[in-house]
Design a protein around this ligand. Sequence first.
Ligand code: SF4
Ligand SMILES: [Zn+2]
Length: 143
Amino acid sequence: MNSDTKVVRRVKTATEALRIPIDTRPGRNGWAPGNYTIHCHDCGTYVIGDKRAWQCADCAYEETTGADKPEKPTIVKYDHHGTEVSVMLPLRGRHQEHCLCFNACKLFKPGTEDNCEIAQATYENCVKFGIVTPMWECPKYEQ
Ligand code: SF4
Ligand SMILES: [Zn+2]
């Protein structure tokens, strides 16, 4: 594969990923083709693939023996607003990048009485359980 192809397939944001060609190479290692925006845990870019994929096809196919790479992402613990939480290392502190609410949804008005009821309920659930829940898919999104 030449470097031009990689530039087309690898982008830096989930929004950009929606505009790139879909990679149809067969599943391998952490990659499988599909229709979801996924974040590659190896190179940190976004591509369109299966919702359970955790690698882009480029990284999955570049792996040789896999002996020096973990099959799954590293899970770490850290203090998030006073609660110790576990998180996949490449995603630590990056939930806003993956969240539709934070990506220009005009219904998202955090901290106000006009906030979207879905976003508000999700936020309250996060506070209740000390979790982080990016809005990955939403039927009410409005730009
Ligand atoms: S409509 Fe969906 S994307 Fe928009 S703020 Fe509400 S939950 Fe978030
Ligand atoms: Zn990758």
